[in-house]
Write a protein that binds this ligand. Structure first.
Ligand SMILES: [Zn+2]
Ligand SMILES: [Zn+2]
Length: 384
């Protein structure tokens, strides 16, 4: 069998049926990346773009794709000014060092930021290509906060912290666009986790092409149409070395879902692509507007427009069980329940919900030792 594009001998087989030579495969993958950006028209010429690197497979390919695209000399040159950033914590110092070397090969500078900056909201840019110097105490405060919550909540909260830091540093660097390199596998896991923990209404932001929750900075996922199979071929053809594997906390909802998805994918090749395509169809993404936003994840707190939210489900079951205890007659109509719900926010299990926090963040909040949260956040959450 020969390459389906140029008829030279095949070297790459995709989805067990499509044959390519290295050359056509690389052209095709580069095209997918550019088509994704072109189709969605988010970039203006010479835009400052911040690129978040984790060092993983997706990140390694994105780095190479960007380097290739901005090095072109023809009309296809990608006209952006890239700034690279890597977020790390004490458990992955070696990884951060490897990542600096990875960027060095391309002659790119990278800002390496310790996650603990979240605690004091000090978003000063560190010196490029060096690990940020942090006192033992500051690191410990961050660790204590993360350790004060159960693994599933910690995984979820960490994603929100990283998103928050990326947005803040993008503002520092005058970037209105951020590229992140989630692979379809990561996105499939995030989608199912989101649904399971009551972030269904945020699926489009967390899994779709563009997260525009922030007024000034858009987060874009330009390689979300490139499958893991393709990423792995890309890595081996260009002999790249990823420096990191995903580190979801074990014994958590996310680790179970991750195992479930990857085992299913083994036998049913369409699993992940089906899950990701479904994400595109769920939820209605609105342009960011003036509504109140969650103080942790910036999602809209516009509850009236959500007809069937996890929050309401929790409240319904709570009200019904309370009613039973008081031996009152059961609800007769759904409209009764809706009416009661609308007037019943005060008795909610989550006192801060809809005022400061979305449902997902309220759940996390109820499982965190709140005194360990960053001072500024504590203050904002207790303001009247
Ligand atoms: Zn070919
Ligand atoms: Zn939230």
């Amino acid at each position: 069998m020969n390459c389906k594009k140029c008829d030279s001998p095949k070297t790459v087989i995709l989805r067990k049926k499509d044959y390519y030579c290295d050359n056509c495969f690389m052209l095709n993958t580069n095209h997918k990346f550019r088509a994704c950006l072109g189709k969605n028209k988010v970039l203006t010429p010479n835009e400052n773009v911040m690129i978040g690197l984790s060092g993983g497979v997706g990140s390694t390919v994105l780095l190479d794709l960007v380097h290739h695209a901005i090095s072109l000399e023809n009309t296809k040159k990608l006209r952006i000014t890239p700034f690279f950033i890597h977020l790390y914590d004490d458990d992955c110092r070696c990884l951060a060092e490897s990542l600096i070397k990875q960027c060095e090969k391309y002659d790119f500078d990278v800002y390496v930021v310790h996650l603990a900056v979240y605690m004091n909201s000090n978003y000063e840019l560190p010196q490029a290509n060096t690990l940020q110097d942090f006192s033992e105490n500051e690191r410990q405060v961050f660790k204590d906060m993360m350790n004060s919550m159960p693994p599933s909540a910690a995984n979820d909260f960490l994603l929100k912290i990283k998103r928050n830091l990326l947005v803040e540093f993008a503002k520092k660097l005058s970037c209105s666009v951020i590229f992140t390199a989630e692979t379809t596998n990561t996105l499939a896991v995030n989608l199912l986790s989101n649904l399971a923990i009551g972030r269904g209404s945020q699926v489009q932001y967390d899994i779709g092409f563009c997260d525009n929750r922030d007024d000034k900075v858009k987060i874009i996922r330009p390689i979300k149409d490139i499958s893991n199979e393709e990423l792995n071929h890309y890595i081996s053809i260009k002999q790249l070395t990823p420096v990191n594997d995903s580190h979801i906390k074990s014994n958590s909802l996310q680790s179970v879902i991750s195992l479930f998805v990857s085992e299913l994918q083994e036998n049913f090749q369409a699993t992940i692509s089906t899950v990701c395509k479904t994400a595109d169809k769920i939820g209605d993404q609105k342009e960011s507007n003036t509504h109140e936003k969650c103080l942790i994840c910036e999602s809209d707190l516009d509850v009236k427009s959500m007809k069937l939210s996890a929050f309401e489900a929790t409240n319904v079951s709570r009200m019904v069980s309370l009613e039973k205890n008081q031996s009152n007659p059961p609800f007769e109509k759904t409209s009764d329940i809706v009416h009661r719900l609308e007037n019943n926010n005060n008795t909610s299990v989550f006192p801060l919900i809809n005022k400061y926090l979305c449902y997902g963040c309220s759940r996390n909040h109820s499982e965190i030792n709140v005194h360990k949260l960053p001072n500024q956040l504590q203050k904002a959450l207790s303001a009247e």
